[in-house]
Each structure stands twice: as C-alpha cells, then as structure tokens.
Design a protein around this ligand. Structure first.
Ligand code: AMP
Length: 191
C-alpha cells in the first residue's frame, strides 16, 4: 500500500498518518519529523535544513528528495508507506513517481484533509505552546500556509487527474476523521 496524506500545516496529517500506517503495517514517513530528528542530532542534513525550517520555508528539493529516497529504500518500506509532508512541490511529485516506478509499484491513493483556515492557525498556536516548535510562531505559521497554497495545493489537481484523490473533511474529532479516512479507503478500522 503506497499512500500520501496531504493538507495544510496543522490539518492533523501526522496523527492520521500514523493510524492509517498502523492499520496497513507500513511505516508513516514524515519528512518534517525526519528533518527535526536530524536538527536535534546536529547531523549534516539537520544543519542544511534548520534555517529553512525555522523560517517556514521549504528545504530545497534536492536535499528533501535524497532523504526520502534513502528512507523508502529501507526494508520496512518494502510493503509500502504512508508519506506525510511529501511531496510538497511539483518537482517532488516527479521525483516520487520515479522512485515508485523504479520499484515496480504504483501509488494507491492520496488522502487530502480539508480544514478551516482559522481553526488551523488556532491548532498551530496551541501546538506551539505544547511542543515549543521554533517554526510555530505566528509569522512563520503564516508563511507556511502561504507556501502551502502557492506550491503544494496545485498537487491536488495533479493527483485528481490521475484518479487517486480522496478528499475529505479534516474537521472534527480525531477519531471521526480517522473513521472518514478508513471509510474512504474502504477498510474496517481496528479498535
Ligand atoms: P512539517 O512537520 O511537515 O510541517 O514540516 C516542517 C518543515 O520541514 C517544513 O516547514 C519545511 O521547512 C520542512 N519540510 C518538510 N517536508 C518538506 C518537503 N517535502 N519539502 C521541503 N521542505 C519540507
């Protein structure tokens, strides 16, 4: 099973990605989480990514693509993966196509969570307090939303044209959203 979850920052992608990935026994691969782990560990990759992340900008495609390529080459991703936060640009879509084609597989679905902008900003500000993320200040939040609209939203049309899109309401309780996703994917949720 090869899945992507998309939606603006704060839409709850990470939480849902884990539920879905657990259900299918595949890894949830969050590029944001991998970058943050590398920043914490002070790796070369972390050093390259940190200032982009802190400013709410996208890390350059060549850095991000190579990281994803390495991650999906790991044996635990042989049965598939749930990508959270990748692809975010049209260039990344092409790269991912190449990676998947190389393994002889295909994408199964792209889940898009649609949410209310105001509620998103609220969620992000709350998360900033809880997690103290450097990229959750108000200016950075605004920049991340802007970049999503400019660079990532157009990907929805690409996947819609391919007949892969599952667009659903990301508002409401976490388990309600999970339920909607499972229904749309036509699977019975695990209790
Ligand atoms: P996230 O946790 O998914 O919101 O990602 C946090 C930050 O990591 C983003 O604001 C970007 O700076 C960087 N990042 C994550 N995924 C990507 C990507 N696919 N392309 C470029 N930058 C990314």
């Amino acid at each position: 099973m090869r899945l992507i979850i998309m939606g603006p920052p704060g839409a709850g992608k990470g939480t849902q990605a884990k539920f879905i990935a657990d259900h299918f026994g595949i890894p949830a691969i969050s590029t944001g989480d991998i970058f943050r782990a590398n920043v914490s560990a002070g790796t070369e990759l972390g050093v390259k990514a940190e200032h982009f992340m802190d400013a709410g900008e996208y890390v350059p495609d060549e850095v991000t693509n190579q990281m994803v390529r390495n991650r999906i080459d790991e044996p635990d991703a042989d049965p598939g993966f749930m990508l959270d936060g990748y692809p975010r640009t049209l260039a990344q879509v092409e790269e991912l196509d190449g990676m998947i084609k190389f393994t002889g597989h295909a994408l199964d679905a792209v889940v898009v969570l649609t949410v209310d902008e105001d509620e998103i900003v609220q969620r992000l500000l709350q998360r900033a307090e809880l997690e103290g993320r450097a990229d959750d200040t108000e200016d950075v939040i605004r920049r991340r939303q802007e970049l999503y609209t400019e660079q990532t939203e157009p990907l929805i049309g690409v996947y819609r044209d391919r007949g892969l899109l599952i667009e659903l309401d990301g508002m409401g309780e976490v388990d309600q959203v999970t339920q909607r996703i499972f229904e749309a994917l036509d699977v019975v949720p695990q209790s």
